[in-house]
Design a protein around this ligand. Structure first.
Ligand code: GDP
Length: 278
């Protein structure tokens, strides 16, 4: 039987089967093929797995994990070189952005987008609190600049308002059928958006870059919430460190999506594209 891991607590995992049944499964003798990654947890939320049941009421086993499309990791706190997989097979990261209250800088957005590229996670920009911007000419100019920059770079950009409901149907459509992650500054409206789109869901945390709330979360187990048909939101403590990936400064350019088109014309093979001529 095939299923999706929606909760993982170490030696147990909760799996939603293709038929929609929710089963607590045991992990045993699970081996993956991608030898390079040493992890503290063999199974993470978002993993697609094969499970086998003895059928006599015994706890089913997870016997196989499918190759992951992508995954988010956190380095383990102990000194081993092992990593902890926070979540796998993330279909979309929504970067929730606000022009003010609080201000989200382009630098912050870029860092999150570069990290998404490095993790092979498809990102979209959600500019929230549209209701606040309409009256103010300066806001409207800034808004146009944000939309232009990120659309030109190839990212979907949605202008929404959790307060007025503006364009939430677009966001909901985009989310449909995906495993979704919401990131953005504390106060940008992640919980408001999710709660408005998915009434009844109470997220413990929706943040992955929640600078102001570090260490606030008490749960240690990752969870995927099915919010509507085949659509999931990741609610995972620790995902807030998402913004901090080790990247060599010479690598950074490779993660700017709009860049390769120009890179080919550069005179210098080791160009940092900061101070060099042309
Ligand atoms: P989170 O920390 O990212 O989860 O942000 P919250 O969802 O808790 O929202 C932070 C604050 O912004 C709350 O006071 C919300 O009521 C407010 N807020 C969220 N979305 C909007 C919006 O679209 N417009 C306005 N005006 N306020 C919003």
């Amino acid at each position: 039987m095939k299923g999706l891991v929606i909760k993982s607590t170490g030696s147990f995992a909760t799996v939603r089967t293709e038929k929609g049944n929710i089963l607590d499964c045991r992990l045993k003798g699970v081996f993956r093929k991608d030898g390079g990654l040493r992890t503290t947890n063999p199974v993470a939320v978002g993993d697609r797995v094969e499970i086998t049941s003895a059928g006599n009421g015994e706890t089913p086993w997870i016997t196989e994990i499918e190759d992951r499309d992508n995954y988010l990791i956190r380095k383990s706190i102990n000194l081993s070189k092992e990593a902890h997989v926070l979540a796998a097979n993330i279909d979309r990261a929504y970067v929730v952005v606000t022009l003010h209250s609080p201000r989200t800088s382009m630098g912050f957005i870029d860092r999150v987008l570069l990290t998404c590229e490095a993790y092979h996670i498809s990102a979209a920009i959600v500019i929230n609190k549209a209701d606040l911007y309409q009256e103010n000419e300066k806001d409207m100019d800034l808004l146009a600049a944000y939309i232009d920059v990120y659309e030109t770079a190839g990212y979907p950009v949605m202008l929404v308002s959790a307060a007025s409901g503006m364009n939430l149907d677009l966001l909901k459509n985009d989310m449909t059928g995906k495993i979704c992650l919401f990131t953005g500054h504390s106060g940008s409206g992640k919980s408001s958006l999710v709660n408005r789109i998915c009434p009844g869901l109470e997220l413990k945390t929706a943040g992955i870059s929640d600078a102001h709330n570090k260490g606030r979360h008490t749960t240690t187990f990752a969870e995927l919430h099915e919010v509507f048909d085949n659509t999931y939101i990741i609610d995972t403590p620790g995902v807030k460190e998402f913004g901090v990936i080790d990247m060599d400064k010479t690598e950074i350019r490779d993660y700017f999506r709009e860049f390769p088109e120009y890179a080919a014309n550069c005179k210098f093979s080791n160009c940092m594209h900061v101070n060099e001529p042309q």
